[in-house]
Write a protein that binds this ligand. Structure first.
Ligand code: FE2
Length: 320
């Protein structure tokens, strides 16, 4: 199967992202959407840690935070559900010390994302991830032993789907040297009205990884830490001084992504998305690939770690 054309590779390495329209068929898109809605409608909210949050008692709040952190940190080989930050009403702790936050909407309309092992645990998502065409794309990009290490269904709910601040994906999924590439597939049309992706075109050429999202040393939760190690992928190292320019909103180019299109995202390109203030959701399926070959090491401080005794899913293996 053909991978990326020379023209597509040129666009990807010039801009740091590449849109491929009609990547999924209409039936693949509807299969993923119906699977996503089934998951959203059927997950057990009663046992979800965030629904057990209470306020007013710091002991309770700390316990709830810890449970929430564990739920996130243990999600690498599971299908977990993460709420929108604004999904809950927050009772006034002064007047209602034991009141629990309650959902403002139906639970299926309250989830920000589902992650992080859809590619391993949900057959419709596995089928569009561990595919021949994705192997061919990975070969085009020069991957020797690509590993799919996480996958997410992003909901970007209407009217309150949270913004994602500017970041590099390699800050979250660091290998030494950096190697991450994101596959981002629109399952619904994404545009300026519902918080589509915004890219700072070409920023991957100079934007080093200078911070990383890691597990805290005490094992409780996550944090960003400064990073002075390898900041750019092999072959892209530059002697140019570090680019300290702080981008403004107008530096980000909003990209229209029709449903079924694939956006390939370079791990060093600065990108963002705004809050969804529109009345349409913006479902997307995204997964990330890193280089697993000798010469690239996966860092043990990364928030996401391979399952105990296991390894991240091989894209070139049978992967099942
Ligand atoms: Fe990202």
């Amino acid at each position: 199967m053909a991978g990326l054309t020379p023209e597509q590779l040129s666009v990807f390495y010039t801009n740091g992202f590449l849109v491929i329209p009609n990547f999924l068929s209409a039936s693949e898109v509807s299969s993923l959407l119906s699977t996503a809605h089934d998951l959203l409608n059927s997950f057990d909210i009663a046992s979800h840690p965030l629904t057990r949050f209470t306020t007013g008692d710091s002991q309770d709040a700390n316990n709830a935070k810890h449970v929430g952190d564990d739920y996130f940190l243990s999600s690498g080989d599971k299908i977990h559900f993460f709420f929108e930050p604004d999904a809950f009403t927050t009772p006034d702790p002064a007047s209602e010390p034991s009141a629990k936050p309650t959902l403002k909407r139906d639970k299926a309309r309250s989830i920000n994302k589902i992650g992080h092992a859809l590619h391993a645990l949900s057959p419709p998502f596995t089928a569009v991830t561990l595919s021949e065409r994705n192997r061919a794309i990975a070969r085009s990009l020069g991957f020797k032993d690509p590993r799919v290490l996480q996958s997410m269904l992003i909901c970007k709910q209407p009217s309150f789907g949270a913004a994602v601040p500017p970041h590099l994906d390699s800050e979250f999924l660091y290998t030494d040297p950096p190697s991450a590439v994101g596959w981002w597939i629109a399952l619904e049309d994404a545009n300026k009205d519902n918080g589509t992706l915004g890219f700072w075109r070409g920023s991957h050429k100079t934007r080093r990884v200078t911070r990383r999202f890691v597990r805290k040393e005490n094992g409780e939760g996550t944090e960003f830490v400064e990073w002075n190690g390898a900041g750019l992928p092999r072959g892209m190292e530059t002697n140019e001084k570090e680019d300290l320019y702080q981008p403004r909103d107008e530096d980000f180019e909003l990209v229209d992504v029709p449903a079924g299109s694939l956006v390939l995202i370079h791990g060093n390109v600065l990108h963002t998305s705004e809050r969804n203030t529109g009345d349409k959701s913006r479902f997307a399926y995204t997964f990330h690939v890193i280089e697993g070959a000798d010469g690239w090491s996966y860092d043990e401080k990364n928030w996401l770690q391979p399952p105990k005794g296991g390894e991240f899913t091989k894209l070139y293996g049978d992967g099942k």
